[in-house]
Design a protein around this ligand. Structure first.
Ligand SMILES: CC(C)(COP(=O)(O)OP(=O)(O)OC[C@H]1O[C@@H](n2cnc3c(N)ncnc32)[C@H](O)[C@@H]1OP(=O)(O)O)[C@@H](O)C(=O)NCCC(=O)NCCS
Length: 455
């Protein structure tokens, strides 16, 4: 047995004994200077490379060139295809992600994934059962790693790319830094390649070879007192609580005339408006009508309560019955660990939106076009914050992507600590502006050329 396998066996024993609650071993990946041992074997742009031409990296292959066999796995573990329609298997994914996915530094908060969220995020039109890949401990069945893919059609500038989005990559904390992630990535690549798809989009906080865009997270407090109570945010030294409450208090009633919940009958018209709006961006997801329906109206099923709604979509209809704007946000709450009063924190994430406010101008950066769009976005995204607040969300998050830099400061979104990098697998692309200046503040003038939002 190699040293690596021996270490893994020891860890495995602890994992079985402790059932996830014991001492945390190697909770963080241990890494020195990174020479990207794995990533440098993959078709991705290296960090120092300057892209001179856009397009696929690997020579074209055929699905029959790809092995039918799963990648070799250590003897103690086995591959599993997680059936997300089976509640017990879905529960295994929740437990893994809720206990091991991205967490704050002091472990005070954890994502609280729900069945409704997964149905929305993973069961989009064209979803493939084989693309929910897990690893289990052979003799206990415990799920210790997961990765997923969903089909998407991307547009990178003028090129349309049949692709997947990779999400929810997670390795149990006690098995980190053991090179399991590369095996998961290779296995999902194999399964996706088998269906004749060769490109992928993925995001992450980590710097890997090579981001095509980098955005920053911003946060708009809705319920200041609660955010402060639970330690999500701290009172600035030169302010009082009352001042902060006054600063962030929103009315209960929205201000945009004609604002209403988006309905089935709005799908076609809203998709047309959305497609036209998205033309300005360099990287977008193209939605079919069916996909648009799923992503904007597909949050609940017949067994869900209204409280478990995931996606909130609204349109603005003018007095002639024309839809002029639309916006959406999704809900992904945190559980609060060890707090005597509060058990969860409601979090809204700005998703997609569109407005016809600058459609009469050929040039996006024209002064008048900018001023019209800014005025409109200030109004409708403020309403989005009001609606999120009315739906018991405590904070509203947005990235610096899309045209967001136009409203972030005015609507009191504060810059967060987190950055999100966007990556393309097997595709070279020129960099795309993520809405940040070189000092990492919002680029109000250029905004962003990134028109895609990933969960
Ligand atoms: C991300 C995660 C799966 C990586 O696992 P790990 O045990 O730390 O790392 P491993 O030893 O298995 O693999 C290391 C390799 O994976 C790469 N890697 C690490 N995080 C990655 C990510 N988010 N996406 C792609 N590759 C990643 C590393 O760069 C390294 O490759 P390299 O040698 O070419 O640099 C793990 O840290 C985790 O579950 N984190 C919490 C959830 C999370 O952050 N998921 C990603 C969300 S974007």
């Amino acid at each position: 047995m190699s040293d690596e396998q021996k270490k893994l066996e020891d860890l495995l024993k602890q994992l079985q004994l402790n059932n996830g609650n014991g001492p945390k071993i190697n909770a963080e990946p241990v890494r020195g200077t990174n020479d990207f041992k794995f990533w440098k074997t993959q078709p991705v742009t290296s960090l120092e490379e300057e892209v001179t031409e856009e397009g696929p990296i690997d020579k074209p292959k055929k699905p029959e060139d790809i092995s039918d066999k799963t990648l070799p796995m250590l003897a103690e573990f086995e591959w599993t295809t997680v059936d997300i329609e089976d509640n017990e298997q879905l529960e295994d994914v929740f437990v893994l992600l809720n206990e091991n996915y991205v967490e704050d530094r002091d472990s005070e908060f954890r994502f609280n994934y729900t069945k409704e969220f997964f149905k929305w995020a993973l069961k989009c039109p064209g979803w493939n059962k084989d693309w929910n890949v897990g690893v289990r401990v052979k003799n206990t069945g415990k799920l210790i790693a997961f990765i997923s893919a969903i089909p998407v059609t991307l547009r990178v500038r003028s090129n349309i790319i049949k692709s997947v989005e990779i999400n929810f990559l997670c390795v149990h904390k006690q098995l980190r830094a053991k090179r399991l992630a590369p095996v998961l990535i290779k296995e999902i690549t194999r399964r996706v390649n088998k269906t004749d798809i060769w490109q992928a989009l993925y995001t992450g906080g980590a710097i890997l070879p090579s981001p095509i865009a980098t955005c920053r997270y911003t946060h708009r407090p809705l319920n200041w007192n609660k955010l402060c109570d639970v330690g999500f945010t701290a009172l600035p030294s030169n302010s009082t609580n009352a001042e902060m409450v006054a600063k962030y208090t929103l009315p209960k009633v929205t201000a945009t005339p004609g604002l209403r919940v988006m309905e089935e009958k709005d799908i076609e018209e809203t998709l047309r408006l959305f497609n036209r709006y998205q033309e300005r961006f360099e990287l977008v997801q193209n939605f079919t009508k069916e996909e648009f329906h799923h992503w904007f109206l597909g949050g609940l099923d017949s067994t869900s309560s209204k409280d478990s709604n995931v996606i909130y979509s609204y349109v603005i209809e003018d007095k002639d019955g024309k839809i002029t704007d639309f916006f959406s946000f999704y809900s992904l709450p945190f559980s609060i660990l060890n707090h005597s009063v509060h058990k969860d924190l409601g979090i809204g994430y700005l998703f997609y939106y569109a407005s016809d406010a600058d459609f009469n101008y050929a040039e996006r950066y024209n002064e008048e076009a900018t001023s019209k769009l800014k005025k409109r976005l200030d109004l409708i995204i403020r309403d989005a914050c009001i609606l999120a607040n009315n739906s018991k969300m405590d904070v509203f998050n947005a990235l610096t992507s899309q045209d967001n830099a136009l409203f972030l400061d005015d609507l009191k979104f504060g810059s967060g600590d987190g950055f999100l990098n966007f990556y393309l697998f097997n595709y070279k692309a020129f960099p795309i502006h993520g809405g940040l200046l070189s000092n990492k503040s919002n680029d109000v003038e250029k905004r962003s050329n990134l028109g895609i939002v990933m969960l």
